[in-house]
Every structure is written in structure tokens, then in C-alpha cells.
Ligand binder design. Structure first.
Ligand code: SF4
Ligand code: SF3
Length: 533
């Protein structure tokens, strides 16, 4: 049994510094963390083997890289067996790429895995920049994976994963060499979010505004969580006509806006709030829960027999649904549990009984003229993008209070699971629109970026000159790649909370503060005053 690990990739890391003992705050055991490090080291070895052998790379090699990076993200894969199987696949792929290296005596390093302890013990600034690259590509890999599942791939994006992995393994690179790669992660992630947007909208249609109830109707049901719309679609097909209702959870909520998903009458509503409340919310649930991506918490014994995983998600003892996507075990569990005997009204954290989602870029840009007129006339004073991850640490009620205190002549755009802090509030309307518009999942930051770019173009100014402020919350590595995308686009004055990443060294933080004026959130009152003057 391992007694020592090192992980500081997420916002809830122990002591705002690093998880270093027998287990992380997320419940990841030290032996799993060590295996995930070995997996990352093996992926760096694979990138070394691929250098100069690009013509020998297959779509399967690219997919393996995505799976390996995705599996080491926070709250995705807790299974030593699953991680060990990935390591074995990476080693086999390396042997296929450079077979001669395994019998050669010269130590050229072409087939060598990287020891991640060298990174964790490196100079603080080098470790900080390489962590930004590694955690950024982990988040980005999840997006590329969801696009890949729908048949959308991009060679430029796939090649970049190898390049970034190679860089992480470089021993002699300094800050000036690493900084451009950090920014390139942001650039590539913009392409990657665009690819996923294309995959989702071409497959399921452009999202339209949809009201989503929090009430669970009587009878058998299944709760589906995570970001993967393909899994939801397969589940909807397999449950049609069975009498089983489907409820979204967490980041699956925006699925209600997609025409090809909302057409299923048994896609009923949304269950629960953000991921960190699952152990409480699932405790007495008379239904199975299917996890398709982050964020899975270690299930309590009271409901562990009802949790199922698929794709990159895995947890010891839970039933994993394989690539054939036969959801029979989930369906049988739903029928056996039977659901609630009568309709069960639930509420969001502010007591609201419903929410609205589906304000993707097509809808918001369709209203661009009205928004622009309102900005020009002064009827719309300011737009806030309040988005990002939710989490367990105290202090996140900042986002609820911030949104509640935004003046009536302002608009709040939101995305990702941080919105559960306020998405059940009714703040009224402005110019015929609700004052809170949910643009979708974290990857729909692409929609927000496109909207901001279009408004800036129409007003003849830069994004930083718009009456727009970004108030972001972060937790895991998808937030890291999105933040890097915003920096790549030159977005300044981002407010970030609830705390700053532990992997930012003082020098790297100083650079971000000086160049991009990133600032930590303070109080809603102070920040609103600072923004609105
Ligand atoms: Fe700690 Fe976060 Fe790493 Fe889990 S993912 S071990 S909580 S830093
Ligand atoms: Fe949430 Fe885990 Fe980040 Fe896609 S589901 S945003 S935290």
C-alpha cells in the first residue's frame, strides 16, 4: 500500500498546497495517484517514441493519448485496474512504434518513460509552467475525447498533445521556452472547444432555450451525469417506451436545449445540484445514476450499488458500461428500484423549482442586434460572465451573492456547473430575455467567446473594451485549459476564485497579474463596485 502521493491539480488540494499523504481530498488513494503518474510518464514515453514516427501513428494511438490524459483528471478514474490497463496499452503502442529500441543497448531515451517525481521536485517556476501545460492538456483531452466519440477529430489538435507531452519531459527548458507552450495550450483548446461545438451542434442541432423542471415524476427513472451527450442519446434510445424517465445531473443539464435530445418526451428534467452535493443527494435515491465523465465522488455504501460508469470514468466495484453501450444493467436497476411512488418536487439551492438552459451562441447571437441596441442606448449597462466549476470549499456562496446583487440593468451569462449556485433564481428579464442566460457546459465557453467577439466587432472595439466582465470559478483541469484560452485571446481583468491554483508559483502568478491583470475575487460588494464604478 502506497503511503505517499503528490497531486495539486485541483482547487480543493490539501491545505491549498498539495495532497501528499495516503489519499487526496477527492478520495483518490495514493496508489492510484502513483499509477496515474506512471501513466502520464508512459504517455511522455509514447510521445518520445512518436517523434519522427508520425507516419506510424493511428487514430487508435491518438485516442489512447486522449484516454490516458482524461483518466488522470480529477474525479474521473479511481480504479487501479483501469489505470494499469491503460499503462499496458501505452507500453504496447510504444513497442509497436519503436520495436528496435527495446533490444538496443544505446541509451538514446527514445522509449523511456518519464519519472513524474522529477517534475514534482523541479524548480518551482518550471514546475508551475509545466503543470499549466499538463493540467491544461488533461482538460482539453476530455473535450477532444467527447468530439472523437461523435467522429470529429482534428490532426492539428491531436499532434499538439504529443508536442505538449514531449515538452513536459524536457529537462533543460527554461521559463522563456515554456511560456509560449502554455499559451499554445490555450490556442489549441480554443480549436478543441470549436471542434466539440461543431460535433455537438451538427449531431444534435443548435441549442434552443428550454425550461427544465427539478421535480422528479413518480415511477422508474435514471439520472445521467457528466458531459457526454452521446451517452445520453444512446440511453434515451434504449429507454424509449420502457416507462423509464431520464433526468440530467450536473453538467448534463444543458442537454435539454439540444433539439435531437429534447425531442424524447422521457427526457424529463434535472435532478440535484452540482457534483459536490452528490453523496447527500444520492443517498436515498430510488434510481440508478450513470457517470459519463467528471465529477464522480467515491460513492457511499448506501447507494454504491446504484452507480454505473462509462467511458473514462471508473471506480472499484462499480459496474462499467463498455464501448458497446449496452445500458441493460442500468435499465434493470431502474425498473427494480421503481422510482418514487408520487411526484417528488425538489428545489435548487435558492429554493427555485426550475431553471432555463439552452442559450447557445446561435440563440444569443440571434439576439445580438437587440443586445447591441440596449448597450448603445444604455438600457443594458453591463454583461457579466459568471461561470466555471462548482466545488465543496466554503466561499463559493460568493457567486450566489454576486449574481443576486447585480443591478437590474445588467445581464448574467453563465456556463458549467458553477451555475447551480444561482440558476434557480428568478432575476426577472431585460429586453425580453431572462437576466440569467445559461450558455451550456464548460466547453460552451466557446459560445461565450464567439458572442463576445461578435459584440466587440459590431461595436468596433476589442473584447477588453466591452462592457463585459468575467467572474470565474475554477475547480478542475477543464477550467485550466479554458483560462489559458482566455489568456491566449488577450482577455484581461478576469476575477478568479474561490482561491488561486496551488500550482502557480509566485513568479508565474506575478506574470499573470502583470500581463493579464488576473485578480482573486474579494467580496461581491467590492467587486461589483470595482467593475461598475
Ligand atoms: Fe488532491 Fe485534487 Fe489531486 Fe484529488 S485531484 S488528489 S483533491 S489535488
Ligand atoms: Fe463541473 Fe466537475 Fe468543472 Fe464542466 S462537472 S465544470 S467541476
Amino acid at each position: 500500500m502506497e503511503k505517499h502521493m503528490f497531486c495539486f491539480q485541483c482547487e480543493q488540494t490539501a491545505g491549498c498546497s498539495a495532497c501528499t499523504g495516503c489519499a487526496g481530498v477527492c478520495g483518490k488513494q495514493a496508489d492510484t495517484a502513483v499509477l496515474q503518474d506512471r501513466l502520464t510518464g508512459a504517455l511522455i514515453g509514447l510521445a518520445r517514441a512518436a517523434e519522427g514516427n508520425e507516419d506510424r501513428l493511428h487514430a487508435d494511438t491518438d485516442r489512447l493519448v486522449l484516454e490516458g490524459l482524461f483518466a488522470a483528471m480529477t474525479n474521473v478514474n479511481f480504479s487501479n485496474d483501469a489505470i494499469a490497463a491503460l499503462i499496458a496499452r501505452v507500453e504496447a503502442e510504444k513497442k509497436r512504434l519503436v520495436p528496435d529500441c527495446f533490444s538496443c543497448a544505446s541509451a538514446c531515451g527514445r522509449n523511456e518513460d518519464f519519472d513524474m517525481n522529477r517534475l514534482w521536485n523541479a524548480d518551482p517556476d518550471i514546475r508551475s509552467l509545466k503543470s499549466l501545460i499538463l493540467f491544461g492538456i488533461r482538460g482539453m483531452a476530455a473535450y477532444a475525447y467527447h468530439a472523437d466519440v461523435l467522429g470529429y477529430r482534428d490532426d492539428t489538435i491531436n499532434s499538439f498533445f504529443y508536442k505538449a507531452l514531449l515538452v513536459i519531459g524536457m529537462e533543460d527548458w527554461g521559463m522563456e521556452d515554456l511560456l509560449p507552450i502554455v499559451m499554445e495550450v490555450g490556442e489549441m483548446n480554443l480549436k478543441c472547444m470549436a471542434l466539440l461545438d461543431q460535433a455537438n451542434t451538427e449531431t444534435y442541432g443548435s441549442p434552443v432555450p428550454a425550461e427544465v423542471s427539478f421535480t422528479v415524476e413518480k415511477g422508474p427513472f435514471i439520472v445521467i451525469s457528466g458531459h457526454d451527450l452521446y451517452d445520453l442519446k444512446r440511453l434515451l434510445e434504449q429507454t424509449e417506451g420502457t416507462g423509464i424517465q431520464i433526468y440530467t445531473h450536473g453538467e448534463m443539464l444543458p442537454a435539454h436545449g439540444y433539439p435531437e435530445l429534447k425531442k424524447y418526451a422521457h427526457l424529463k428534467g434535472n435532478f440535484g445540484t452540482a457534483w459536490q452535493n452528490q453523496q447527500k443527494e444520492f443517498a436515498d435515491l430510488p434510481a440508478p445514476i450513470l457517470f459519463t465523465s467528471n465529477c464522480l465522488m467515491p460513492p457511499k455504501a448506501s447507494y454504491a450499488d446504484r452507480v454505473f460508469t462509462t467511458e473514462a470514468v471508473s471506480y472499484p466495484g462499480l459496474v462499467h458500461i463498455g464501448e458497446e453501450k449496452d445500458f441493460t444493467p442500468v435499465i434493470e436497476k431502474a425498473l427494480a428500484l421503481g422510482g418514487y411512488p408520487a411526484d417528488m418536487p425538489f428545489t435548487g439551492i435558492n429554493g427555485g423549482a426550475k431553471t432555463i438552459t439552452g442559450f447557445g451562441r446561435h440563440t444569443v447571437l440571434g439576439a445580438a442586434d437587440a443586445i447591441l441596441d440596449a448597450v448603445r442606448s444604455g438600457a443594458l449597462r453591463h454583461i457579466f460572465l459568471v461561470g466555471g466549476c462548482d466545488g465543496a470549499r466554503p466561499g463559493r456562496n460568493y457567486y450566489t451573492e454576486f449574481v443576486k446583487q447585480t443591478p437590474a440593468d445588467t445581464l448574467v451569462l453563465t456556463l458549467a456547473c458553477g451555475k447551480y449556485r444561482f440558476n434557480d433564481l428568478d432575476l426577472g428579464t431585460i429586453g425580453g430575455f431572462p437576466r440569467i442566460m445559461d450558455m451550456g457546459q464548460c466547453n460552451d465557453a466557446y459560445s461565450a467567446i464567439q458572442t463576445a467577439a461578435a459584440l466587440a466587432q459590431a461595436l468596433g472595439c476589442g473584447i477588453n473594451d466591452l462592457p463585459l466582465s468575467m467572474v470565474l470559478s475554477w475547480y478542475e483541469q477543464k477550467a485550466v485549459c479554458i483560462l489559458l484560452t482566455l489568456l491566449h485571446l488577450g482577455v484581461k481583468n478576469i476575477l478568479l476564485g474561490p482561491s488561486l491554483p496551488a500550482f502557480l508559483s509566485p513568479n508565474v502568478l506575478r506574470f499573470l497579474t502583470e500581463q493579464y491583470h488576473i485578480a482573486p475575487i474579494r467580496t461581491p460588494e467590492e467587486d461589483l463596485k470595482r467593475i461598475l464604478g
